[in-house]
Design a protein around this ligand. Structure first.
Ligand SMILES: NC(=O)c1ccc[n+]([C@@H]2O[C@H](COP(=O)([O-])OP(=O)(O)OC[C@H]3O[C@@H](n4cnc5c(N)ncnc54)[C@H](OP(=O)(O)O)[C@@H]3O)[C@@H](O)[C@H]2O)c1
Length: 159
């Protein structure tokens, strides 16, 4: 099964200058726990941020540069190649923007954390609302700083 996982602000911002625009422990813990037994596929910029956490995980970093090598990740030059290298049953597409867009047609589920705030950023999550229309699970968490919605969404009839 191929799933997308993302946290995004009200204005769709997901990243700024190669980093997450926020530090929200609850969402980070959720992300790490949800993805822990799957294969994680991510773009090079995401991987550069995630690298310190990739120990004991199956991580595939995407790059079109055939010379990139990372000590704690496999590399692939296309999404198709990355999927063929996955060693776990569940694949988590972890961003960024272009990779999410590319994976929309092949993903079964979207694990979406909606953060009730607008953020300054240079990377956005593509419009998902008309694709992932079925709410499988919905949990609200109120933090002192933000309200979070943890959503699991599917496509209608899972097309
Ligand atoms: N909030 C969240 O849940 C979340 C999730 C993910 C990312 N982010 C944020 O988003 C930002 C990073 O995302 P981004 O969109 O800027 O970059 P990115 O997707 O992490 O990296 C882009 C690079 O990945 C490689 N790549 C992407 N798709 C590929 C494909 N199909 N085939 C081969 N290589 C491919 C290319 O590397 P080369 O240039 O080496 O060829 C491309 O330049 C960071 O700020 C991060 O914190 C946030």
């Amino acid at each position: 099964m191929i799933n997308l996982i993302v946290a995004c602000g009200k204005n769709r911002v997901i990243g700024n200058r190669g980093r997450l625009p926020w530090s929200i422990q609850e969402d980070w813990d959720y992300f790490m726990k949800t993805t822990q037994n799957g294969t994680m596929i991510m773009g090079r910029t995401c991987y550069q941020e995630f690298a310190p956490h990739s120990k004991n995980r199956d991580v595939i970093a995407l790059t079109r540069d055939p010379h990139f090598q990372y000590p704690l990740a496999k590399t692939a030059n296309s999404l198709k190649e990355a999927i063929s290298l996955a060693s776990r049953n569940t694949i988590w597409i972890c961003g960024g923007e272009a990779l999410y867009q590319e994976a929309f047609p092949i993903a079964s589920r979207l694990y979406l954390t909606l953060i009730d705030g607008d953020f300054v950023g240079d990377v956005h999550f593509p419009a998902w609302e008309e694709i992932f229309t079925e709410v499988i699970s919905h949990k609200n968490v109120k933090l002192p700083e933000f309200a979070l919605q943890f959503l699991i969404l599917e496509k209608t009839n899972n097309l």
